[in-house]
Design a binder for this molecule. Sequence first.
Ligand code: B12
Ligand code: SF4
Ligand code: SF4
Length: 273
Amino acid sequence: MKKLLNENKIEFFSCIPLSKCKIYKKYLLERASLTEDASVIIMLIPYRSKIIPKNISVYASVKDYHKFTDELRTRVKTFFEKEYPYAKVELFADHSPIDEVHAACISGLGFIGDNGLLINEKYSSFVFLCEIITDLKPEAFGMEYAKEAELKRCYGCGACHSACPSNCMDESDPRPKSECLSAITQKKGELNEKEIKMMLDNGSIWGCDVCQNVCPYTKNAEYTPIDFFNEDVIDEITTDKIDMMSDDELFTRPFSWRGRDIIRRNTEIYKNR
Ligand code: B12
Ligand code: SF4
Ligand code: SF4
């Protein structure tokens, strides 16, 4: 197992019992015929390339990580079919039965920042999270359960609190995550004046990296070694670029999940600023 993960340039991973995780989409476990005594191998996928995007977040500038995890799922399943044909296994990413940030933290892969993100010592918070869940115990695939780590927090410098454009981390009156700029850029329907201003002032028309960019842990963080995230990086999205993309091309980008109209709505706002 370790060899398979290393071959895919995944250097930070750890195994914990599913029973220690915060499960909030049980139906996903049921669908994969997995029960709560399963094991979780949680993995960090660094994704920040050296190309600094001009008007989108880093996660939106690289190819869609769901495509990366789809490929990884196929490799993991092939590996299990060969090595452990009777085992149940599934790989989840984002659309997951568990709170991934919490799971990565208690696995000892990093700590939780005030910005709510998992911060890793080498890559800061610019890591996606995904996990293999299997009914095998770790000894079967040459691993062991991580010693349960305490829920570690960042040192709370407050930089993300002051910089957040939507006051999501306001101590006295935190705004709901539906008001996070990242959520606003991805929501359907028309955006109001305040939302449009927030988008333009912060220079991101898809996603938001403000609380990650100001974080001191990001200053010396390393870039991704994974080829998938270094190929075909988009540094700026415009209406022209969106219009020139075929449906197949658009489908490879993280901003495609809402459909062409929503990203086009945002590029039009940027064009008419
Ligand atoms: C819904 C969602 C969003 C929503 C709402 C975010 C939210 N925090 O509620 C929106 C669209 C706003 C969003 C934005 C982003 N997201 Co998001 N999101 C998710 C998703 C699918 C579910 C989160 C959730 O609802 N958790 C459950 C509820 C109950 O969580 P919660 O109580 O708010 O707890 C959160 C934190 O408090 C923290 N947490 C958990 N336990 C504890 C304990 C303590 C003591 C503390 C302090 C915190 C803490 O982890 C939780 C996750 O955010 C997760 C994937 C997943 N399956 O976990 C990705 C995920 C959290 N998102 C991710 C990313 C990359 C982002 C963005 C950076 C994308 C961008 N550039 O725009 C922003 C960052 C915004 C931010 N600062 O949180 C990554 C984070 C990777 C990392 N290093 O941590 C995840 C894990 C996806 C993935 N598979 O990689 N996201
Ligand atoms: S992603 Fe942007 S809006 Fe959302 S919490 Fe971070 S800084 Fe605030
Ligand atoms: S900016 Fe400061 S308070 Fe915010 S997550 Fe980073 S270390 Fe923690």
